[in-house]
Ligand binder design. Structure first.
Ligand SMILES: [Ca+2]
Ligand SMILES: [Ca+2]
Length: 202
């Protein structure tokens, strides 16, 4: 009898402890907050999971905004969107149903961010070249905003993100964007807040 009580107390305690650690995980670190933000953007059709449809929707919006659906730059961007999706799917989608929920996504990003240069960076690079319409190695504010709005960031937040990244001098260089993107995925130093707020408020 007492044994039975002890067992059920232990069961309850273990449930409470599981809930607490789930809560801690949810409240999480700055990285988790950033990944949560990214999840909400990447779930472009807002059905609660990330799937290939979301990438096609986002990629299509960005390409249409630039009128680059049929150009080499546009095709490169679309290709890197699909590469990013595939990397995500291979890492996160254990049951292979083509749907990634928020917790799968966050776990996957912790892994993918360790390989930023090969798995994540190329999409940002392709996005930069798409937005660098005149190929002078700099992206202006309007074109930066166009990309971010295409992936679902409100215009005002996109503008503020650009100003933080460029110290308001009006031009974003590629290495600045790549550093910001790498820090978005893998860095928690409060000094790098311009990078943490790359996609707007957390
Ligand atoms: Ca979705
Ligand atoms: Ca340019």
């Amino acid at each position: 009898m007492t044994g039975g009580f002890a067992q059920s107390d232990a069961g309850i305690l273990s449930l409470v402890s599981d809930e607490l650690s789930a809560l801690e995980e949810h409240m999480g670190t700055l990285l988790d907050q950033k990944y949560e933000k990214l999840f909400s953007l990447l779930d472009a059709n807002a059905d609660g999971v990330i799937s290939q449809d979301d990438f096609e929707l986002m990629g299509g919006r960005v390409l249409a905004a630039f009128g680059e659906e049929q150009t080499a730059k546009g095709k490169k961007y679309a290709e890197e969107m699909m590469n990013y999706w595939r990397a995500l799917q291979e890492t996160a989608d254990a049951d292979g149903d083509g749907r990634i929920d928020k917790s799968e996504f966050q776990q996957a990003l912790h892994q993918l961010s360790a390989n930023f240069d090969t798995l994540i960076g190329p999409l940002y690079s392709a996005g930069f070249h798409l937005a660098d319409r005149d190929d002078d190695g700099l992206v202006g504010k309007d074109d930066f905003i166009t990309v971010l709005v295409g992936i679902g960031v409100p215009p005002g937040e996109a503008e503020a993100a650009f100003d933080r990244l460029t110290d308001q001098d009006g031009h974003l260089a590629k290495d600045r964007l790549m550093t910001a993107a790498a820090q978005y995925y893998g860095d928690e130093d409060p000094a790098n807040s311009a990078s943490h707020l790359l996609f707007g408020a957390l």
